[in-house]
Write a protein that binds this ligand. Sequence first.
Ligand code: DAH
Length: 338
Amino acid sequence: MTDLDRLVRDAEDAFAQAADAAALENAKAKFLGKSGALTERLKALGAADVETKKTLGAQINNAKQEIEHLLAQRRAAIADAELNSRLSSEAIDVSLDGRGRGVGAIHPVIRTWRRVEEIFHSIGFDVADGPEIESDWMNFTALNNPENHPARSMQDTFYLEKKDETGLPLLLRTHTSPMQVRYAKTHTPPIKVIAPGRTYRVDSDATHSPMFHQVEGLWIAQDVSFADLKGVFTNFLHAFFETDQLQVRFRPSFFPFTEPSAEIDMKFESGPLKGRWLEIAGSGQVHPRVVRNFGLDPERYIGFAFGTGLERMTMLRYGIGDLRLFFENDLRFLRQFA
Ligand code: DAH
């Protein structure tokens, strides 16, 4: 084995022993560096005669090329090994479940809200929206519920410190009924409107929440009768619950803003709630005094109003037993409506 062959072999061994890229660069310097073994030999060649220069020079160059080739091979091998070890240490388990993307859904009460709007819209009712902070006059007095009247205590609510121009404190509306007045004062008959929205009362248990949703209905013209109320509301219930297997009855009741007044009950003739009368809405012929507060002549205009709870409608439609489920935001409950 020539001296140069040995050198190549030594380089091969040194490269093989280099465990990483840095060690390999050090090993390279020993052979190909400025004062490396090969460079030294080339320098020494300067003093040799022409013939030696030619043959030995060519041999040294061959050895150099061989060493460079070995170096490139070892570099590639080290890079491969480093990549493989990174791949195995940073491996991801592709069989794990993904995190997925949560699918948003409409809240069940809002579903009902939209459904009610759709149904009434389809029979010519306008949809109106109004303020949740109301004046005492709109919420009570205009609806024939005078100050100090005991009927007011049925609707205890939250008062604001701020007062309106009459000196009475503003309040969170206890029902959507003030929307009758707001809408009727700004529109001319025939008036056909529903007003869904949030309402507030000091009340909290399995069937009452301090914030809840109602929808108000109002139809005022020159010839609207109680029969129209019965027809409209019965049809609405059939559409909402998607069944004709449903009876409706109007039970005499009292509300200050209607005369006569009726509580509307319904009874399913099939399904899990079959056979029980369920209270679903308040209603009645709008009281002449309220019609006057609309800015209309009660001798000329007549009509009906109704108000119902959207939570209650939702509970009956989906068979939900506890009102609080709507406000606890438990995803296990809400997901069922996604
Ligand atoms: N505002 C009443 C309540 O909150 C419900 C109601 C009853 C509304 C009779 C009406 C009505 O429009 O005519 O209890």
